[in-house]
Write a protein that binds this ligand. Structure first.
Ligand SMILES: Cc1ncc(COP(=O)(O)O)c(C=O)c1O
Length: 461
């Protein structure tokens, strides 16, 4: 039997009559589980939050408490997830979900992969955190592996995708200053593209195309020009102007709606950057690390960056980010230029070694390509004939189903039928990013549920 205690204390003290202290036990696929929720606050249904088919019980209590004690930054789906194994997730009432969201393209090895669990538990027993004041073995081992299997010569670790992009911004500016010592106005500006997503901190946010994300927090970092994703001519002209420190581009855009760059576009960015001395940064936070059946998305194009940023799946669910750079760039970065207390700690790095060792195996990558092809064909068969379905696109296990209406009713109906999928783009794309270990029968089930739920798109009218 496992047990979980949640203590959600508010400093505003309420009368004992208002204090909820609930203790629930239930049977799940993994045995008997007890959850004790001690919420020292008046618990009422949070406005507008209704649980899905699971409704009530511990899930209801968690949702209500969340509405009282967390800053409201997330429009969460009304599901509480309390355990997982492989591609299945369970709520506290034991309801099962097939996971085609992977914690937003993070859980590449699914949930509870035994080698990952061993890497985490072994390392937790040995050493979790030391800071970057000291050396640690897993950090150096992980960096050695990343360097061996990529274009890069050196690695900087961060804790997330947005932080990886912040570091890349700083490295690009430092590189430009350092490599043009006599230049009073070295290039400090950036190019980013429509539908891009690079993160939520003020530098990465400045590179993120959706105005809705940026405008409440302006001024964000100045000097960013957004160009049409794929516009070779406009990119070349702007880069030739000599003010661009770096071009940030996702070889395949995830959040933006699953749009793939063309080879010509990436090649032309590469040659324009080379001619002007600008740096080319590939943000592979979502599309990298095996998601499309290549270890790096840019391998599919044969175009190589100066800097690549990574995060999401690298540590199998623990927070990590990484910036991979060539020696030319690394040589311009000195002690104190950048840093992080937590980044590259022994625990996350040992977890990441276990993930990278699996994902970088050519047989594993080939299986992702094969399953991606299989899934796309199934989706075409089952969904392609529906008049709301405009396009089914993507590579490997990064697939988007573009609709002519909002995808939310379909995503909600799938969830109520036990399938977790995401939206992307302007909310009109269903994003499918299952764990890379998903089986063909599971993909078949996912496609069937999506098909069964298609009528929800008409019901909502
Ligand atoms: C391409 C890309 N870059 C950066 C980020 C930001 O990563 P994080 O949420 O870890 O900060 C994301 C997150 O979705 C992403 O998809």
């Amino acid at each position: 039997m496992s047990s979980l205690q949640l203590f959600l204390n508010r400093t505003i003290s309420l009368s004992p009559a208002n204090a909820a202290d609930s203790h629930r036990c239930f049977n799940s696929k993994r045995g008997r589980v007890c959850v004790r929720a001690c919420v020292n606050a008046d618990v009422k249904a949070a406005d507008g939050v209704k649980l899905g088919a699971s409704g009530g019980g511990v899930s209801q209590e968690v949702v209500e408490a969340e509405g009282r004690v967390l800053v409201g930054t997330y429009a969460r789906a009304p599901v509480v997830l309390s355990s997982g194994k492989g591609c299945k997730l369970y709520d506290p009432e034991g309801r099962e979900y097939l996971d085609c969201s992977s914690g937003i393209a993070v859980n590449a090895l699914g949930h509870g992969d035994p080698d990952w669990v061993k890497a985490v538990t072994d390392q937790a027993n040995l050493l979790t955190h030391v800071s970057n004041v000291y050396y640690s073995i897993p950090q150096v081992e992980l960096a050695k592996r990343l360097v061996t299997c990529s274009f890069a010569d050196r690695v900087f670790f961060s804790n997330s995708g947005t932080e990886a992009n912040e570091a890349a911004i700083k490295f690009a500016r430092k590189f430009q200053r350092f490599s043009r010592p006599g230049d009073k106005q070295p290039p400090v500006e950036f190019i980013s593209f429509t539908n891009s997503f690079h993160g939520r901190t003020l530098g990465a946010l400045a590179l993120t195309s959706k105005e809705y994300y940026r405008s409440p927090f302006e001024p964000v970092m100045p000097g960013v020009t957004f160009l049409e994703y794929g516009d070779i001519q406009a990119s070349r002209e702007l880069i030739q102007g000599g003010k661009i420190a770096a071009v940030f581009v996702e070889p395949i855009q995830g959040e933006g709606g699953i749009y793939s760059a063309t080879k010509e576009f990436l090649q032309s960015l590469r040659s324009a950057c080379d001619d002007a001395g600008s740096l080319l940064v590939f943000d592979e936070v979502q599309c990298g690390l095996g998601r499309i059946g290549h270890l790096w998305a840019h391998e599919a194009y044969g175009v190589f960056p100066d800097i690549m940023t990574l995060a999401k799946p690298l540590a199998g669910g623990l927070p990590i980010g990484a910036v991979l750079v060539t020696e030319r760039i690394a040589s311009t970065i000195k002690y104190g230029d950048h840093g992080s207390t937590f980044a590259g700690g022994p625990l996350v790095c040992n977890a990441a070694i276990s993930v990278l060792d699996k994902i970088s195996n050519p047989g594993f990558l080939a299986s992702v390509s094969k399953k991606g092809q299989y899934f796309k064909e199934l989706l075409l068969q089952k969904l392609g004939g529906n008049p709301h379905v405009k396009e089914i696109r993507g590579w490997g296990l990064l697939i988007g189903v573009e609709l002519d209406v909002s995808a939310s009713p379909l995503v909600n109906a799938c969830r109520n039928s036990g399938l977790l999928v995401l939206t992307a783009g302007k909310g009109n794309v269903v994003r499918l990013v299952p764990p890379l270990i998903i089986s063909e029968p599971e993909l078949q089930r996912a496609a069937e549920i999506l098909q069964e739920c298609l009528p929800s798109l008409d019901e909502s009218k």
